[in-house]
Design a protein around this ligand. Sequence first.
Ligand code: NAP
Ligand code: ZN
Length: 348
Amino acid sequence: MLKTKAYGAVNKNSVLTSMEIERRTPHSDDVQIQIIYCGVCHSDLHTARNEWKTTQYPCVPGHEIVGRVTSIGDKVQRFKLGDLVGVGCMVDSCGTCSSCADGVEQYCENGFTGTYNGPVFGGKNTYGGYSQSIVVKESFVLHIKHNEEQLANVAPLLCAGITLYSPLRHWNAGVNKQVGIVGLGGLGHMGVKLARAMDSHVVLFTTSPSKIEDGKKLGAHEVCVSTDANQMQNYLNQFDLIINTVSVPHDLNAYLQLLKRDGSMVLVGAPEEPHPSPEVFNLIFKRRQLAGSLIGGIAETQEMLDFCADNNIVSDIQIIPMDYINTAYERILKSDVKYRFVIDMNTI
Ligand code: NAP
Ligand code: ZN
């Protein structure tokens, strides 16, 4: 076992504090990584505070991990010492079910192993990226092609990036498609950049008038302040695809009405409490679809990282020291971050 410094919560009411955790001695197919940066996802906060009622403690969050390979097992073939690598939301899956066979390990029938908080359906706890190092099976480690100077800005691609890339691809965002992104936070700002890079017509929906200019700079063709009913009226029946990243329950009808016939709204935001049930007539009269999507598979995550490197896409971030994390969580709750906090792991 390898001892490593980490930051975590010991119960749902605790702030995150310094602690020591153990990593396994690398197996023959393992890669050991010195973590250089770790992004702060809203899911970290939901989990640390047990908002989804599945948290095992101690809880060391962090699933937007970038770092450098410091050791490899003797069967590792795709990585060498010194490589810049990433780890996202999963570190293992059963490898035998139909979802794993299809390369969508996030839908593993037996429950993938989360980078933190263990297998989704219970089991031994795992510890995430708010720590100095991690040991991960080679097949769940990603190559990073971006320049080293961009490393901190790459970290959020490992969750925020893939969580938007996957539904944009699955629902065929692209030329001549009208795509709405709801919420300009960590996920939403990646959605705007990615949908734009895929040549969709992109409309950002935000509750924050202060984000209008940013939304346009990030790539939105248009920005609609969603709390203004008059502005919302301008967008009725227009969208092929809306991706909703909002982290709190809200009225979905306002957005369903913006879909054209056969349009889809995909929920990726995962609030603590359910949304009010949508009006069924908003779905049946135009054969609209309401769907959900969970991160993305490993192969697709690599595809997304390469797409971002080729299109010079990174996340807009604010780098923070480790001991700022509790303040960062409070600021995330107020949507006061442009647009992702990333922890400098040298400061742990
Ligand atoms: P975030 O940075 O906090 O962004 C959430 C955005 O939602 C905010 O920036 C804000 O955008 C909007 N919002 C917040 N409070 C609101 C309110 N009271 N009313 C209306 N809008 C509000 O969070 P994130 O890291 O992007 O994560 C978003 C959600 O996705 C979280 O629930 C997270 O757990 C979930 N998630 C899901 C997956 C998946 O695989 N499906 C993966 C990662 C994260 P505006 O200011 O622009 O309105
Ligand atoms: Zn996340």
